[in-house]
Design a protein around this ligand. Structure first.
Ligand code: FAD
Length: 407
């Protein structure tokens, strides 16, 4: 429920109620635990300063849909997602393409596309309806200090400052983290010198629930299927561009940009008819050097920010969330302090290999598909052909895409 004034003490404080913090709170908030979520931006305000529930769409893996189902949220989400029944991967101007189908993998869909704002609506409505979750926003953390039983936080709203103690802070405040700066938690950062241009597009022909990932001379380009509005066949575009191209493409008029896009994407969905408002995100691989400390755990982008090429960021964070919730529930029923290092270390031990695999796959794909060297093109061609021809490679590629590789 929304609150105007927080209590002095909570079992758990979640800093950041974006896609990851809100998902974590909804997953644990129906347990016998008191949870405070501190979020800087008012929910469902449509504010452009809300970095999580913005104009983007997210490809949720099949595994993520199962996580939301276990949280009891899938029924609501299923009404606003678009199923991905097939994924077509291709390399513009070169032979070699791969196709994955839900039929072959005996699932109802390989994944689902959700508009971030709609995911935000479901998560915020759930937090607001829950008695176990106190949602305090707009508010933010001004300081955080370890104490013997966990952490003490100073939380500011518009008028007051509140001191709150908790056993465990779940830090989910995204890639730019003043809390990490204050605690001296540093990051390794690799700037890919690329930007993602994102926009909704309208095309002539229906998408038939196919997601396209196409590797072009400018960089990887993904078109995800979105539900139609009226007669409009809609898709969500994520186009990776160099810094220079992104400046150039962002300043073009719609007709000019659609022409450039059509050239790269081809005619598989007929003529591209419209492009909506465009947004541009710098792309970086950013990893926190520490994910746990006594009374503190980092979750989501603050722990690992990945390039969106492989659609792994939120999906990985949801797998982390599910594992953390399970381990904290067990600690709570064993009457162990939630912020105890042995509890948090158990979480990290369980998730580290999944995290490493997703990070490596994303970084590898980014490098492989963002250069035009002949060697990369050859590896791509061989890779795409083998995915298409060899059942075991198809299986492992599909498992990673569906978020099932760890199961
Ligand atoms: C173009 C693009 C496309 C993507 N596509 C996909 C995809 O298809 N599939 C996928 O799995 N992933 C995708 N991702 C990755 C995904 O968006 C991220 O994994 C996800 O946004 C991480 O969420 P988060 O909650 O950790 O951080 P954020 O989204 O940054 O949210 C942080 C939240 O914390 C709040 N906050 C910040 N500071 C404070 C403070 N001090 N006090 C209180 N609140 C605070 C913010 O207001 C915000 O609500 C994509 C990313 C990009 C850039």
């Amino acid at each position: 429920m929304r609150i105007n004034k927080p209590e002095q003490s909570y079992d758990l404080v979640v800093v950041g109620g974006g896609m990851v913090g809100a998902s974590f709170a909804c997953a644990i908030g129906n347990q016998d635990l008191s949870v405070l979520v501190v979020e800087a931006v008012a929910p469902n305000s449509g504010s452009l300063s809300q970095p999580s529930f913005d104009a983007r769409s997210t490809a949720l893996s099949y595994g993520s849909s199962r996580i939301f189902e276990r949280m009891g949220l899938w029924q609501q989400l299923a009404e606003v997602v678009t199923a991905i029944k097939e994924i077509h991967v291709s390399d513009k101007g070169r032979f070699g393409a791969a196709q994955l189908s839900h039929k072959e993998h005996q699932v109802e869909a390989l994944g689902y596309v959700i508009e971030n704002r709609k995911l935000g609506m479901v998560l915020n409505t759930t937090m607001e309806a829950s008695k176990a979750i106190h949602l305090f926003c707009p508010a933010s953390i001004s300081s955080i200090n370890p104490n013997q039983a966990g952490m003490t936080l100073s939380v500011n709203d518009k008028t007051d400052s509140h001191s709150i103690s908790t056993s465990l802070v779940v830090l989910a405040e995204g890639g730019r983290s003043p809390v990490c700066d204050q605690l001296g938690i540093t990051r390794t950062e690799e700037h890919y010198k690329q930007h993602a241009l994102i926009a909704n597009i309208v095309f002539e022909k229906p998408h038939h629930n196919i997601a396209y990932e196409r590797f072009t001379d400018t960089g990887p380009l993904a078109v995800l299927p979105l539900e139609s509005i009226g007669q409009q066949n809609r898709g969500s575009l994520v186009w990776t561009l160099s810094e220079q191209q992104s400046t150039e493409f962002m300043s073009m008029d719609d007709a000019e940009l659609l022409e450039k896009l059509q050239e790269r994407f081809g005619n598989r969905l007929g003529k591209l008819q419209q492009i909506g408002e465009r947004f541009c995100y710098p792309l970086v691989l950013s990893l926190a050097k520490e994910q746990i400390r006594p009374g503190l755990v980092l979750l989501g982008n603050v722990a690992h920010t990945l390039h969106p090429v492989a659609g792994q960021g939120l999906n990985l964070a949801l797998r982390d969330t599910a594992a953390l919730v399970e381990i904290l529930q067990k600690a709570h029923s064993d009457a162990k302090p939630l912020g105890d290092m042995s509890v948090l270390q158990q979480y990290l031990n369980r998730q580290k290999s999944d995290q490493d695999r997703a990070i490596k796959l994303t970084d590898y794909m980014t490098r492989l598909f963002s250069t035009n060297s002949n060697v990369s093109a050859w590896v791509r061609k061989f890779g795409l052909l083998s995915i298409d021809l060899l059942p075991s490679i198809r299986r492992s590629f599909a498992d990673q895409a569906m978020g099932l590789s760890d199961h």
